[in-house]
Design a binder for this molecule. Structure first.
Ligand code: ADP
Ligand code: MG
Length: 167
């Protein structure tokens, strides 16, 4: 697991933008974290780095949103349980076959239905007495060959957000 620290929404966007530079067609990222942890904020930075200039909003009331940039970006949110069934029935198999990059908010909820080949991005509120309300711990877990092959590059890409204070 590769850990980093974000101190502001802009930090999270920039960290996501650095990861997007490593993105390849067919990549899957699971965004994990409580409400307000920064999953949509992460997606915004990721999208901007792919050259997407449309505003990226939460897809909570739609199944999935699609944005055209350097790569096609599919943004899904499976927060509502009924959406999980919908995503599984309708959208997901097709999306996983596509050449785009898929980001799934609350992706851990449908982990079982996904190929074992993804980057998990877990955002948690930093705790501790000195933590500011804008601080988040970002933990990256490469699962499966696609992302494990890039773990060193991943660590290098987010080096500026690592450590200090140790996390
Ligand atoms: P989620 O999609 O996980 O529910 P959002 O990205 O929609 O979360 O919202 C995160 C909220 O927290 C935003 O209002 C954002 O401005 C705020 N925020 C504060 N600090 C951070 C940070 N370090 N990273 C991301 N968002 C942050
Ligand atoms: Mg969200």
């Amino acid at each position: 697991m590769i850990r980093a620290r974000s101190r502001s929404p802009e930090d999270t966007r920039q960290l996501a933008a650095s990861l997007a530079e490593l993105a390849q067609p067919g990549d899957l990222l699971l965004l994990v974290g409580d409400l307000g942890a920064g999953k949509t904020t992460f997606t915004q930075g990721f999208a901007a780095s792919l050259g997407i200039d449309e505003p990226v909003t939460s897809p909570t009331f739609t199944l999935a949103r699609e944005y055209h940039g350097r790569l096609l970006l599919h943004h899904l949110d499976v927060f509502r349980l009924d959406q999980i069934a919908e995503v599984l029935d309708l959208g997901l198999p097709e999306l996983l076959d596509s050449d785009g990059v898929i980001l799934i908010e609350w992706g851990d909820a449908i982990r079982q239905a996904l190929p074992n080949d993804y980057l998990e991005v877990a955002l948690t509120f930093a705790d501790g007495r000195d933590a500011s309300p804008d601080e988040r711990v970002v933990a990256l877990s490469p699962v499966g060959p696609r992302w494990q092959a890039r773990s060193d590059t991943l660590a290098a890409a987010i080096r500026q957000w690592a450590g200090e204070p140790p996390c």
